[in-house]
Design a protein around this ligand. Structure first.
Ligand SMILES: NC(=O)c1ccc[n+]([C@@H]2O[C@H](COP(=O)([O-])OP(=O)(O)OC[C@H]3O[C@@H](n4cnc5c(N)ncnc54)[C@H](OP(=O)(O)O)[C@@H]3O)[C@@H](O)[C@H]2O)c1
Length: 261
């Protein structure tokens, strides 16, 4: 069994990875800027929690000591995305190399290098940091999570459920993503490779909104909205979809049946 460091392991994807890795018997350390209370939903029994900040570098040396494999599920928004993804990854991987860590696994997004959307540019820069690092790296690119799609609909106000027009999604369950990430920890797949996977089904955003509305009992009309900017262009081009790389996992309707609340 390996000593596995999950950086960003208190987040949505990181928690699922931590659960999966603990379940497979790995010795798991979770690093993030804040340590969760042991009665919070972020806390996974069996993992060890430590504070570390990839941007400032605080705490990195201590958490990397003796680690065999690191998994990066950090995130940032707005301007912090660039700090976390590019600068933070550089700090993390340089320190990891100094401490003799041999393997790294990164969670990324399908076709992230094909958009000028600032968040995606930062993620693409993060992928480059991993590819150029001396560690053996495995990058997993996935489509959007079921949770992400739901958050679009839940963001609506005043009786409106926004559904970006002329777009589709191929959402994937975070638990399916976590399984693949821990497969990579366990050495599956080529070293220094990128694996691309999508959820089991491509559905229009309208179809997904209808399922979300029925499952949550939300009131309001599903209203098509034109998403502006580079993200809108990316989505309308269908660049977020990888139908040839569909994973036979949990589809949106099944996921909603236990997560709609
Ligand atoms: N959402 C999607 O549909 C989707 C699809 C494919 C790939 N992804 C990728 O999946 C990754 C994880 O996304 P998520 O939604 O699970 O993220 P999340 O829930 O926002 O969690 C982010 C994690 O990163 C930690 N973190 C943030 N800044 C940090 C720093 N400076 N140093 C150390 N830890 C830091 C956070 O903890 P603290 O704040 O306590 O530090 C938290 O543990 C992202 O890189 C995203 O691009 C997302």
């Amino acid at each position: 069994m390996a000593r596995v460091l999950v950086v960003g392991g208190t987040g949505l994807a990181g928690r699922a990875v931590t659960n999966e890795a603990v379940g497979r018997g790995h010795d798991v350390i979770v690093a993030s800027r804040r340590v969760p209370d042991d009665d919070s939903e972020q806390y996974v029994l069996g993992a060890v929690y430590e504070t570390a900040d990839v941007v400032s570098g605080d705490g990195l040396e201590a958490v990397l000591e003796g680690v065999d494999v690191l998994v990066d599920t950090t995130n940032g928004s707005g301007r912090t995305a660039a700090h976390v993804f590019a600068h933070g990854s550089q700090n993390l991987l340089h320190t990891a190399a100094r401490f003799g860590v041999h393997q790294a696994v990164l969670l990324s997004i399908v076709n992230v290098d094909q958009s000028g959307y600032s968040y995606y540019r930062a993620k693409a820069a993060q992928e480059r940091v991993y590819r150029e690092s001396p560690l053996s790296t495995r990058i997993l690119r996935t489509t959007q999570f079921h949770d992400f799609v739901s958050s679009i609909f839940a963001r609506g106000k005043a009786g409106v459920i926004p559904a970006p027009s002329k777009t589709s999604f191929q959402p994937i369950a975070v638990s399916d993503v976590a399984r693949l990430l821990v497969d990579a920890v366990d050495g599956q797949g080529e070293e220094d490779s990128t694996l691309t996977v999508g959820g089991p089904k491509v559905e229009t955003t309208r179809e997904l909104a209808e399922q979300w509305k029925a499952a949550t009992g939300a009131r309001g009309a599903i209203v098509p909205v034109r998403l502006g900017g580079q993200l809108g262009t990316f989505l309308r081009a269908g660049s977020n979809l990888v139908p040839d790389a569909a994973l036979p996992g949990i589809d949106y309707a099944t996921w909603l049946s236990s997560n709609a609340a």
